[in-house]
Design a binder for this molecule. Structure first.
Ligand code: FES
Length: 172
């Protein structure tokens, strides 16, 4: 039985006002890019909640691409700046889960840059293809150890002959 070659699945969160329009432009200009990229349109890159990225990986994506307006061009003032902040915070967490840096990418792509959409999508597809399928690291369960302090133990080490006497004292 011949094995199917690995085809990466890349989820792309594109801002409606720039990168999504650029992807549209690439389409109507017949610039072909890898069909491995599935685009999700959001109103702003600042709308990308880190949980969206985690959910994409959990549900089988091999890579996540976020596309937003260039700094200073966001329709919601600072949405792309917030996206960048979250992206930088998310990266180390993803590394801990075994997600290599090449699997997540943030790009500023204006509505006129259809060629950049094509280049970024193709580059990312090839990078992720080279990495192979994503294998998430399952965090180890940590079972707390029961620690018995010798001092605490000694408090309860009561000579048997005195036990009744002490219990009697406590009740009084
Ligand atoms: S509107 Fe495009 S990144 Fe905010």
């Amino acid at each position: 039985m011949s094995e199917q070659p690995f085809e990466p699945r890349i989820v792309a969160f594109f801002c409606n006002w720039c990168t999504y329009t650029a992807a549209d432009l690439a389409g109507i200009s017949r610039m072909q890019y890898a069909p491995n990229v599935r685009v999700i349109r959001l109103m702003c890159s600042g709308r990308v909640d880190p949980q969206f990225v985690l959910a994409a990986f959990r549900d089988g994506a091999d890579g996540v691409l976020i596309g937003g307006c260039h700094p200073g061009d966001c329709h919601y003032q600072e949405g792309n700046v917030n996206a960048l902040r979250r992206f930088e915070l998310l990266r180390p967490m993803l590394r801990d889960l075994g997600v290599e840096d090449e699997r997540v990418r943030l790009e500023w792509i204006s509505a006129a840059e259809g060629d950049k959409v094509q280049r970024v999508c193709n580059e990312m597809t090839e990078q992720v293809r080279a990495l192979g399928p994503l294998r998430l690291v399952t965090p180890k369960r940590v079972t707390p150890k029961r620690v018995t302090s010798p001092r605490v133990t000694s408090t309860w080490t009561v000579p048997v002959e005195r036990a009744d006497e002490l219990v009697g004292q406590e009740a009084r």
